[in-house]
Design a protein around this ligand. Structure first.
Ligand code: SF4
Length: 226
């Protein structure tokens, strides 16, 4: 028996054939099958990951929504749950994993840290949200969010999937989707997309320092006549 939500609204199907006949659209079937088989990637970053694990365990059991197959490989996952504090050291790995996931793919920022830095915001080793580097579909507030909050976030993602259309899906577009440039961790984290900006700031700083050094080295002016 197919679930009633697969039918397009506005069509009255006689009760005696309701289990055999559906009136629907390709988009509804396509989205219904995708939203009920979202496979999260199995990785966690900090304390929020414990709540994510609880959500998968028997008490909350997100397999009820078709999500029980947490994949250890990004090649087989279509949801990245960023669960925990995003340190600068981890950002290149997270972006690399995101690039390795096939389309269609989605990102959930779970908790205050992944959404905006949380209690560590502006710390020397932490970024202020993973959305500075990869696109986020759903934000879940809390420190940590409860398993119920994560379930709510996953249901919100399912609702988002329901609104997509094959005609406008980016992964069927004519232009290939470009991977996100992987940030480089040096003295600080550098986003390759901002290299131009970084070079310009470095040039301005070097010019200001050279000018200050020239002024310091210049001979003092003539003393005024008495
Ligand atoms: S939001 Fe709170 S619980 Fe989650 S990783 Fe950050 S500090 Fe830990």
């Amino acid at each position: 028996m197919t679930p009633p939500e697969i039918n397009s609204p506005g069509y009255e199907i006689p009760a005696e054939i309701r289990n055999q006949v559906n009136i629907t659209t390709l988009d509804r079937v396509y989205n219904w099958s995708r939203k009920n088989s979202l496979w999260p990637m199995m990785f966690g970053l900090a304390c929020c990951a414990i709540e994510m694990i609880c959500t998968a365990a028997s008490r909350y059991d997100f397999s009820r929504f078709g999500m029980e197959v947490m994949r250890p490989s990004p090649r087989q996952a279509d949801v990245m749950i960023v669960s925990g504090t995003v340190t600068k050291k981890m950002v290149p790995q997270i972006v690399r994993l995101y690039n390795q996931m096939p389309e269609p793919k989605y990102v959930i920022a779970m908790g205050a840290c992944a959404s905006g830095g949380g209690p560590f915001k502006e710390g020397y080793n932490v970024v202020s949200g993973i959305d500075k580097f990869i696109p986020v579909d759903v934000y879940i507030p809390g420190c940590p969010p409860t398993p119920q909050a994560l379930l709510n976030g996953l249901i919100t993602l399912q609702k988002k999937v329901e609104t997509e259309s094959i005609k406008s899906a980016r992964w069927y577009g004519r232009r290939p989707i470009q991977p996100i440039p992987i940030p480089v961790l040096g003295p600080d984290l550098m986003d390759p997309r901002k290299y131009g900006e970084i070079r310009e700031l470095a040039r301005q700083k070097a010019e200001a320092e050279a000018q200050a050094a020239a002024e310091a080295a210049a001979p003092a002016g003539e003393p005024e006549a008495g």
